[in-house]
Design a binder for this molecule. Structure first.
Ligand SMILES: [Zn+2]
Length: 498
């Protein structure tokens, strides 16, 4: 299967500028103004740019505050206040902005982009517009967040430009509008501080629930991440293999993802054992490459072991050379099949001690067609069959004899364009289960656990030190009693021998 090319890695980064809501807002507003004033600047008149000075503080505030989930409703208040106080609305400008916005999201992204990248139909807009209207994630596809932000920024910018062109002084104009911005900042700060209270709790200490392991329990660990597999939709799917694996292993029934639940953020937390504030990856838009803390791959290197992550190009931003990339530009019905074939080749050629495989078709169908439709369930069922085949292949080759298998998702998906980020319904808890000779069979852990436990649990299984900033407790409940007793005995033996 084709690797992601250098061009694809660059293109993926550029696309993020339009895909992530934060950079999108200023780019879109500036683009809309440039189009609206095309006749002016072509005629050499740049007065319309001056008003930007008055709007600048608001750009910063709307970049910092994303007004997650229901908070977005409050975005209309500053806009209405502006309408009342300044009695200014340029209907043509707002109409142009709305038109461009829906053209970009519904046609360019929802139809053309998905058609070229994963082969969805040319008619996808007939579904996609409904998804954009409901969508609640942190991307530019969140119409209910983007439209009021865009309306206010455009209005302030245009209003100030007109006033300056009519001869008003820029300084007092900026004074008044900056004061307004200061009030919007205060309003945003109070709202976020008091209403935005659903972020997962952060584990305050570094991993310490079991001593750092010195002897491995497993020879190999295989982690299969079904990207964006929503828990209740997995339950609804006919996935006999995965459900049997879960029944014969240990299930963590309340496995919580991290905030913001964006793919690169989640994978980085899963494979470093800590949170965005510490590993530095705060969205899919990675400004500074590389996780700031040790990853599980670094831990493994310390004991002479190897780990590989097979996933999309975005993950290189966090994990660099530890990633084997797969191209995300291919028909979605082929994507997971190719990934599994590539995973087999990595096992054959490199024999890594840890292999993390990211299956992407379920997530992509959720994003392009929505999660509450049958197409999404079908993708989960296809993943089930592919994983069954992969596991049988591993078994045949004797790769599973002392191996542990972990199956999970990085985050769920909400209604809308399969969005994820702000932990809306369906995003927060993910399927997570472990299976293997060292793992308790038929066990279910109902206490809440976090995906940051993945890295230290892999380290524990493979006898490697925990990554430097790992905070998640080792999922020790999953370990067979005899295995952990035997390991403890060996710990004592080695401790005594020193
Ligand atoms: Zn994801």
């Amino acid at each position: 299967m084709k690797e992601a090319s250098r061009f694809e890695k660059m293109a993926a980064r550029c696309w993020n500028l339009l895909n992530e809501g934060k950079p999108f807002t200023p780019i879109f507003v500036a683009g809309t103004m440039t189009i609206y004033h095309a006749a002016d600047w072509m005629g050499g008149s740049w007065g319309w740019m001056l008003g930007l000075a008055a709007a600048l503080p608001l750009f910063v505030i709307y970049y910092v505050y994303d007004y997650p989930l229901f908070l977005r409703n409050y975005l209309w208040i500053p806009y209405v206040v502006f309408l009342i106080v300044w009695s200014f609305a340029d209907a043509a400008l707002l109409l142009l902005a709305s038109g461009l916005y829906f053209f970009f999201t519904v046609f360019f992204w929802g139809t053309l982009y998905y058609h070229l990248r994963i082969g969805t139909s040319w008619w996808n807009f007939t579904r996609f517009w409904k998804l954009v209207l409901k969508n609640s994630d942190s991307t530019s596809g969140n119409a209910q967040e983007q439209l009021p932000k865009v309306f206010l920024l455009l209005s302030v910018w245009e209003y100030a430009s007109i006033q300056v062109e009519r001869g008003a002084d820029l300084a007092p104009l900026c004074g008044a509008l900056w004061l307004f911005a200061a009030l919007v900042w205060l309003f945003s700060w109070i709202l976020h501080r008091n209403l935005f209270d659903w972020q997962p709790e952060i584990i305050p200490t570094y991993t310490n629930n079991v001593p750092s392991p010195t002897v491995p329990i497993s020879d190999k660990v295989y982690v299969i991440v079904i990207d964006g597999m929503r828990k209740d939709r997995f339950e609804a799917a006919n996935a006999p293999f995965l459900k049997r694996l879960r029944a014969q292993g240990t299930e963590f029934a309340q496995m919580e993802t991290v905030y913001p639940a964006r793919t690169v953020v989640c994978f980085t937390s899963m494979l470093t054992g800590t949170y965005p504030f510490e590993h530095g990856i705060r969205s899919n838009m990675v400004w500074k490459l590389g996780a700031k803390v040790e990853t599980i791959f670094d831990s493994l290197r310390k004991v002479g072991k190897t780990g590989r992550l097979l996933g999309i190009a975005h993950l290189v931003d966090s994990f660099g050379d530890d990633v084997e990339t797969v191209t995300a530009v291919m028909p979605n019905e082929l994507a997971d099949r190719y990934i599994i074939e590539r995973a087999k080749r990595i096992v054959e050629e490199q024999h890594p001690d840890l292999l993390v495989v990211q299956l992407i078709a379920t997530d992509q169908t959720g994003h392009s067609r929505g999660v509450l439709y049958d197409e999404y369930i079908e993708k989960i069922e296809e993943a089930d069959a592919l994983i069954a085949e992969f596991v049988a292949w591993l078994e045949e080759r004797g790769e599973l004899e002392r191996a542990t298998l972990i199956v999970c998702a990085d985050h769920g998906q909400a209604d809308g364009i399969g969005g994820h980020g702000h932990l809306d319904e369906g995003e927060r808890y993910v399927p997570f289960f472990m299976y293997g000779p060292a793992i308790e069979a038929g066990k279910r852990v109902d206490e809440k656990r976090s995906l940051v436990s993945l890295a230290p649990t892999i380290a524990y299984l493979l006898g490697a030190p925990y990554p430097s900033h790992s905070r998640g407790p080792v999922l020790i409940e999953a370990m067979r009693k005899e295995e952990s007793d035997e390991t403890a005995a060996r710990h004592r033996f080695f401790a005594g021998a020193q």
